[in-house]
Ligand binder design. Structure first.
Ligand code: CMC
Length: 432
């Protein structure tokens, strides 16, 4: 990417002083504003940016997004090509290593990830200790965090070989932990990994196998799941990735950092929108109710869930691919009756001035919930599926963070709004 070096002249109207601030890659360094002071006794100027709406927190070569054009690329490769021609483990290699693997590298990578799918028996024991109705995301977050106690050497984050083995372990074990959290809620026995199967097939076996000697996954469903993992594998500095980077900046082990990412993804503003789409479609119920629903959205009564995006001001490229995966899944499971409502809703919204003017298009969550429901996942599992897919992205970003000399411990400033210099009165006197 071309780097443009220029400068910004800032005039402080409080003092009349002028400052020359360098511009690099379309940004100024917030620290450069620190020289702008009212006088020597006051702190320098800072920026105020809740939610990092206009602040770059890192340099990254993992994922490129052009929201206006609807472009998403991992390491420079368009998501459409990866979803069609690659597979999740190859994409995971690409994200983590920065390049596509040779045949030998790929075979090695797949072998190691397959080999590390088992977890220590004590992990199973403590997962069984969760309440019968424990949310699978809470179980996943806790178990991934707990893995740091099984691999204490993971704390040595400056050793490249050590980092690699923890990355392999995490990508390998995430489906095992996710599937066991799913079985737990159903009161079913946990199923051990089957290392003869592919990544997605093995996940299906651990989710659905009962008394049969070997689970026989439908390849079309396995392919759809693999594609969904690819689509979720990274999305640059989103809330959970930022959480991984922020916690990782303290130089803690990667299990603790990823566990923080899972916590962030658990939130309804991040991982939970596809569930909201399903609820909305169910409430609308039939095509004839759509016009009245759209009028309500336009009147500001509610939002059309699964539409709009902070970054994409065009069709979310992932939504297009998911729409196609819907066809493949419904061929096996039968069509989800809500699909008709969703397609009609999309058609009407895309022709309506309200949505056109605001550049509101379907996002990744508009169709993904329909697929997950057709696969008989309860809504609480939707975010677990997202987490499994996002793991290589979190780890690629973590790896980039720990090797980036410009990074420091994440420690934002604040604008203090509280009291100062109060005199403390002991409780006995206050309550007398
Ligand atoms: N339905 C109706 N109106 C909307 C919608 C919507 N889904 N989204 C935005 N708008 C309107 C909004 O009311 C505002 O209108 P006005 O200018 O008249 O006030 C305008 O569009 C701009 O909206 P905004 O809230 O300023 O946009 P934002 O970038 O802060 O919000 C969003 C992005 C995703 C939170 C929002 O579009 C939304 O709430 N969508 C529905 C929830 C959803 O589908 N979330 C999943 C996001 S994709 C998951 C991921 O990538 O992690």
């Amino acid at each position: 990417m071309q780097s443009v070096t220029d400068s910004l002249t800032v005039r402080d109207n409080r003092t009349g002083a002028e400052y020359e601030i360098p511009i690099t890659d379309g940004t100024i360094k917030a620290a450069d504003l620190g020289q702008i002071k009212l006088n020597d006794d006051t702190p320098g100027l800072a920026t105020y940016d809740p939610g990092f709406v206009n602040t770059a927190s890192c340099r990254s070569s993992v994922t490129y997004i052009d929201g206006e054009a609807g472009i998403l690329e991992y390491r420079g490769y368009p998501i459409e090509q990866l979803a069609e021609k690659s597979n999740f483990l190859e994409v995971a290699y690409l994200l983590v290593h920065g390049d596509l693997p040779s045949k030998e590298q790929y075979d090695n990578w797949v072998h190691h990830i397959t080999y590390h799918t088992f977890v220590h028996e004590n992990v199973k024991a403590f997962m069984q200790g969760f309440r019968y109705d424990a949310h699978p995301m809470g179980m996943l977050m806790a178990s991934v965090g707990a893995l740091s106690t099984f691999y204490p050497e993971a704390a040595n984050i400056s050793d490249p070989d050590n980092r690699q083995i923890q990355i392999i372990r995490m990508i390998a074990k995430m489906p095992t932990l996710g599937a066991w959290a799913f079985r737990h809620a159903q009161g079913k026995p946990y199923v051990y990994p089957d290392n003869d199967l592919s990544y997605a097939e093995n996940f299906m076996s651990m989710l659905f196998k009962m008394s049969e000697v070997k689970y026989d996954p439908d390849p079309r469903i396995a392919k759809a799941l693999d594609t969904l993992f690819i689509l979720h594998a990274d999305h640059e500095q989103n809330c959970s990735t930022n959480a991984v980077r922020s916690v990782g900046s303290s130089q803690v082990d990667p299990y603790s950092a990823v566990s923080a990412g899972i916590g962030a993804l658990f939130g309804p503003l991040h991982g939970g929108a596809n569930e909201a789409v399903l609820k909305m479609l169910r409430r609308i119920g039939s095509k004839s109710e759509i016009p009245a629903f759209i009028e309500g959205v336009k009147a500001g009564n509610e939002r059309l869930m699964g539409f709009g995006h902070r970054v994409y001001k065009n069709y979310d490229p992932r939504a297009k691919i998911i729409k196609k995966a819907c066809d493949d899944v419904f061929e096996v499971t039968g069509v989800n009756p809500l699909l008709e409502v969703a397609q009609e809703l999309e058609k009407i919204a895309l022709e309506d001035e309200y949505f056109v003017k605001r550049k509101l298009y379907p996002n990744v969550d508009f169709y993904s919930g329909l697929i997950y429901e057709a696969l008989e996942f309860p809504p609480e599992m939707f975010t677990v599926l997202f987490a499994i897919g996002r793991t290589p992205g979190w780890l690629a970003q973590w790896l980039e963070l720990v090797q980036d000399k410009e990074q420091k411990i994440a420690r934002p400033k604040q604008i203090y709004t509280g009291e100062r210099k109060l005199d403390f009165v002991p409780a006995a006197e206050r309550w007398a």
